[in-house]
Design a protein around this ligand. Structure first.
Ligand SMILES: NC(=O)c1ccc[n+]([C@@H]2O[C@H](COP(=O)([O-])OP(=O)(O)OC[C@H]3O[C@@H](n4cnc5c(N)ncnc54)[C@H](OP(=O)(O)O)[C@@H]3O)[C@@H](O)[C@H]2O)c1
Length: 285
């Protein structure tokens, strides 16, 4: 598929994977609508890279999402490439998750992704071509303990992506899931901020779990090289430019190991493996 000034829309383009992807698509000749809340970051990107159109949207605010969808519907040239990238995480054992925080997380990671996709599909159907790229995660296929609610949003993204891929294939629209492992972006920092002080609100009984899991997961990162967002940006551009993109791509620290472990084990075996790897298997409280 050639670029020929096609319109691409990248959500979450003010930082990390989205920023890298928006820049790379613009360098390939796409007109890139770069959307996020932090307008000054988007304007900075537009100054650095030709072909970026900054657009502010708060994907946690359903009314703002509707305004954004109206804007998408009224574009002279419809969006041909949609990269649903905006997202964040919250952590915590299920008992420690504040339900309103989970609702907001679902709004950004799942409902707004659905809604923005709905807004782009009519234009793609009319053109009989288009590409939808959904940022899932390794945790779209396996859920780490003490972080299950975030994983559940990515399981939802996987389900939506799998069905959509088959639904819109007859219109010539391709749908791709991306499953990053750990990638060095602002993701962790934002996750900490959105989670708040877990240790202050958790029942003391859980503290042993957080400590054991923190130590086990920390070990994985000793001497690790965690790649930056360009790795995933390059994968997304490869998928977009490919005549025949794969259904799923992955990349990043531990992505291969975790996804292979999940695919190669039955549910029983994988649950044990996960408990062992995250330091919780032999824990008794
Ligand atoms: N980094 C990783 O290790 C990793 C691994 C697997 C999957 N992922 C997924 O990859 C995607 C990108 O993450 P990243 O690592 O690049 O994180 P990041 O650097 O924190 O970037 C997240 C982007 O999402 C945008 N965003 C967050 N809340 C938003 C809201 N309410 N409205 C509009 N935009 C919003 C942010 O923009 P504003 O704050 O300016 O609004 C920012 O541009 C996410 O879906 C994430 O779940 C990341």
């Amino acid at each position: 598929m050639g670029a020929e000034k096609q319109v691409a829309l990248v959500t979450g383009a003010s930082s990390g994977i989205g920023r890298a992807t928006a820049a790379k698509l613009a360098e390939q000749g796409f007109q890139v609508i770069a959307a996020a809340r932090r307008m000054e970051r988007l304007e900075q990107l537009a100054r650095e890279v030709k072909g970026i159109i900054p657009r502010q949207v708060d994907l946690a605010d359903p009314e703002d999402v509707e305004n954004f969808c109206r804007y998408i519907g009224e574009l002279d040239d419809p969006v041909g490439v949609l990269v649903n990238n905006a997202g964040y995480s919250i952590r915590g054992a299920l008992e420690d998750v504040i339900i309103d925080a989970a609702r907001r997380l679902y709004q950004v990671n799942v409902f707004s992704l659905m809604r923005v996709t709905q807004a782009c599909l009519p234009g793609m159907r009319k053109m009989r071509k288009g590409t939808v790229v959904n940022l899932s995660s390794v945790v779209g296929k396996l859920a780490f303990p003490l972080s299950g609610v975030y994983a559940s949003t990515k399981y939802a993204v996987e389900g939506i992506t799998d069905a959509l891929r088959v639904e819109v294939r007859p219109f010539g629209i391709r749908v791709v899931a991306i499953r990053p492992g750990f990638i060095a972006t602002e993701f962790n920092e934002v996750g900490n901020e959105m989670t708040g002080n877990l240790m202050e609100r958790t029942d003391p009984e859980y503290q042993a779990l957080y400590a054991a899991s923190g130590a086990a997961v920390g070990k994985l990162f000793v001497d690790a090289t965690v790649p930056g967002p360009d790795l995933i940006g390059d994968i997304i551009v490869e998928a977009v430019l490919s005549e025949n993109p794969k259904a799923v791509y992955w990349g990043g620290f531990m992505s291969e190991e975790w996804l292979q472990a999940r695919a190669g084990k039955n549910d029983e075996e994988f649950s044990r493996y996960l408990a062992e790897t995250t330091g919780l298997h032999d824990l008794k409280v």
